[in-house]
Design a protein around this ligand. Sequence first.
Ligand code: HEM
Ligand code: HEM
Length: 175
Amino acid sequence: MTAQLHYGTPAKILHWLIVALLAVQYPIGWLMPDLHRGMTPGAAMTFHVSIGMTILVLTALRLAWRLTHPVAPESSLPAWQRLSSEAVHWLLYALVLTTTISGWLFASFRGWSVSFYLLPLPMLASDNVAAGRAIDGLHQASEWALLILIGIHVAAALAHIFVYRDGVMQRMLPR
Ligand code: HEM
Ligand code: HEM
């Protein structure tokens, strides 16, 4: 499949929608009440799960779109920037998927029945305390790894705007 030179409108809309949802999702994750044994999920947790599952669905769509509509890195970039930006982008996809799926598994191992907005969310596994503890560690590790990678990605975008002053940021903005 030949790679296009520009991101299309669906790729841009999905990119910025996921950015906005992540900006809400982290504060909810940090501010929602801590979990205790036997606790059932409250409104904040239902909101966290619903937004998280929306991020998962949109990322899966976006990945499918990306695989069927490949976009070449900006041709004026030096080889190291083309390679490193591709690596960061694929890692961002991978970490969003790990964070969301580990969250879903964690809720499942807790034996909860949670809803995706108003619909009951299918659970991936049954009640398992030990597996729940391990997967909680994975949710926290991947949520932090994702945040660090987002920091690197945003720093690179800022460097392109203010230091290199090239057209890279423009690639993700409406034309
Ligand atoms: C990319 C999407 C997501 C992000 C960025 C995210 C982020 C977070 C954050 C920051 C916390 C607080 C943990 C801490 O105190 O360090 C958290 C906890 C939690 N998240 Fe997510 N989450 C996401 C998706 C999901 C999904 C899809 C689910 C379930 C379907 C989920 C279920 C949970 C649960 C059950 C907790 C409580 C775990 C605990 O307090 O130990 N998360 N998440
Ligand atoms: C203010 C925050 C952000 C800015 C300014 C920004 C900017 C950009 C820009 C300019 C590109 C195009 C790069 C290129 O042409 O090679 C891009 C691509 C990308 N961004 Fe962001 N981004 C931001 C936040 C995020 C976040 C939070 C994620 C996390 C999921 C993310 C994931 C991606 C991915 C995966 C691509 C590659 C798209 C593809 O090739 O499919 N971005 N971003």
